[in-house]
Ligand binder design. Structure first.
Ligand SMILES: Cc1ncc(COP(=O)(O)O)c(C=O)c1O
Length: 375
């Protein structure tokens, strides 16, 4: 039996066909018709006018922060409960991440803590340069509250939707809520280009500047002329071909992840001490990963014991993100709250959730956890 992965790439015939078509077309460089098509199709899907295909989600976050004006010495509010890339991008721009705990009811960045912090800082005249929201595990942050509060204080919002392509908030697509939105097409995401990212924006100038900075800020001259410091952040045309094929299958992949999530809930939802990541009432997640909380007092085993038992069957599962305020890297960073995300980390486990997960493999996960449950 082969290893069961948490969220492996799900590729098929269309990906192979598109990749070979791109190869045969001669457009191998980080430019070409597939990059243009991927940008146009993704922008249409998200409902924003502009999209720029990049080498990673981290690169997209870095450019987004630079282009909304984040500079050395600025503070940027970032959720603590996220992948490290969200805060690293602020550090690349010279800013200091201020880490915000999660809301118990959604696991997303806590709007109450953001509201309090913005009010306090407005009084002191020390507003942050930006608020970076994260759409965690494929469910959006609470934009019904976060967008108006950023508007009230004139603080720009950048949306890290790396995990949330296809999710919605009151009908509007994840990625469409900030001055810029960011997606990742890393190998474990809902669609993948093996590695890649996208910056989306409603601001034509911001998107144009992102495209410029991502190509080493080369000026339109025959020779190599540079005014600004740029980056080598563009996506290759070959990888964009993969992205176009993957995007065509997004709804199927999302449907499969919904089914996987629903099957886990049916099979495990009644077990003592097992709870699922709450579903917010304001939108539809893409169910990128299905995550559970394990109460050892009720369940009789810890989430780590479940993880190790799954691993013994060659099944990959993962603890939920270790909050950034508990990471040595951010030991000196200011933190607002912290106990909610710390508790989710202590008891949280992400289960195999890929769109190519077979019913049989999912059944093995369910049976093992069922066998560990108290009789
Ligand atoms: C929330 C979040 N932000 C940013 C990233 C970074 O994306 P990438 O790996 O494409 O750089 C990821 C995933 O990798 C992520 O999960």
């Amino acid at each position: 039996m082969s290893r069961v992965y948490l969220s492996p790439p799900d590729v098929g015939d269309e990906e192979r066909r598109m990749l070979l078509e791109a190869l045969d077309s001669g457009w191998i460089a980080p430019l070409g018709p597939h990059v243009d098509a991927f940008e146009a199709e993704l922008a249409r899907r998200v409902g924003v006018p502009y999209a720029v295909a990049l080498s990673s989600g981290t690169a997209a976050l870095h450019l987004a922060l630079l282009l909304v004006g984040v500079e050395r010495g600025d503070d940027v509010l970032v959720p603590s409960f996220t992948f490290v890339a969200t805060a690293n991008a602020a550090t690349y721009a010279g800013a200091r991440p201020v880490l915000v705990d999660s809301d118990e009811a959604t696991w997303q960045m806590a709007p109450d803590l953001v509201a309090q912090e913005l009010a306090d800082r407005a009084r002191r005249g020390t507003l942050p340069k930006a608020v970076v929201t994260v759409d965690l595990y494929g469910q959006t942050a609470d934009y019904g509250r976060l967008v108006p509060m950023c508007e009230e204080y004139g603080v720009v919002l950048v949306e890290d939707a790396a995990e949330a392509l296809g999710a919605t908030h009151r009908g509007a697509a994840a990625g469409s809520f900030g001055a810029a939105g960011v997606f990742s097409f890393n190998g474990n995401k809902i669609i993948t280009t093996s590695g890649g990212g996208m910056l989306v924006s409603g601001d034509e100038r911001l998107a144009g500047r992102a495209r410029h900075l991502a190509t080493q800020a080369r000026e339109p001259e025959a020779h190599y002329e540079h005014v600004d410091m740029g980056f080598n952040y563009r996506m290759s045309n070959l990888l964009a071909a993969l992205g176009v094929a993957q995007l065509h299958g997004l709804d199927r992949r999302m449907g499969r992840r919904h089914d996987v999530n629903a099957a886990y809930r049916r099979a495990l939802g009644g077990l003592p001490g097992i709870r699922f990541m709450p579903r917010a009432d304001y939108g539809e997640p893409n169910d990128w990963l299905t995550c559970i909380l394990v109460d050892p007092a009720e369940f009789g085993s810890t989430r780590e014991e479940i993880r190790v038992a799954l691993e013994a069957l060659d099944i990959e599962s993962r603890p939920t993100w270790k909050p950034l305020h508990l990471q040595p890297l951010f030991a000196g960073a200011p933190v607002l709250g912290g106990s909610v995300s710390a508790r989710i980390f202590e008891h949280g486990l992400c289960l195999p959730s890929g769109s190519s997960l077979s019913d049989e493999d999912q059944q093995r996960v369910v049976e093992l956890i069922g066998q560990m449950a108290p009789a």
